[in-house]
Design a protein around this ligand. Structure first.
Ligand SMILES: *[C@@H]1O[C@H](CO)[C@@H](O)[C@H](O)[C@H]1NC(C)=O
Ligand SMILES: *[C@@H]1O[C@H](CO)[C@@H](O)[C@H](O)[C@H]1NC(C)=O
Length: 117
């Protein structure tokens, strides 16, 4: 019984890893607002990895809300994905710069949401 339970736990963990590829920095609190919500799509390009730089607030906009959480989800469920990097700012600050680094020769589709108040 114990063995079966363990096997199920491991299986569920693996499936979760394979299906949802998310990254969060910080933790959203009750009453926080969605400050930013954007999808980033890149097409595969042979011989290179795609990099997208994201800046919040966007150029020409200002923001005074403090960020509580940055949530990033990989919309491709097949693990091609990307590596998200928080380059500056983030939770506790009013700005963030993020980089999505795609894999060599692959495109990606990711959503970035920023919460705060
Ligand atoms: C990217 O993912 C979003 C969310 O799943 C989806 O609505 C959108 O159509 C996708 N875009 C592309 C180009 O695959
Ligand atoms: C991953 O899934 C997306 C959309 O479902 C597709 O466009 C892309 O080609 C897939 N990548 C691989 C390596 O299968």
């Amino acid at each position: 019984m114990k063995v079966i339970l363990c096997a199920v736990v491991v299986l569920v963990a693996c499936v979760t890893l394979a299906v949802s590829h998310t990254q969060t920095w910080g933790k959203r609190l009750r009453g926080d607002r969605l400050l930013y919500n954007q999808i980033f799509v890149t097409l595969p390009r042979p011989g290179t990895g795609q990099i997208r730089g994201i800046r919040f607030p966007t150029r020409g906009n200002s923001n005074s809300a403090l960020i509580s959480e940055i949530y990033i989800v990989d919309n491709f469920k097949n693990q091609t994905g990307f590596v998200p990097i928080l380059k500056s700012g983030g939770p506790g600050r009013a700005f963030a710069t993020i980089e999505l680094r795609g894999y060599y020769g692959k495109g990606f589709n990711g959503t970035i949401r920023i919460f705060g108040k």
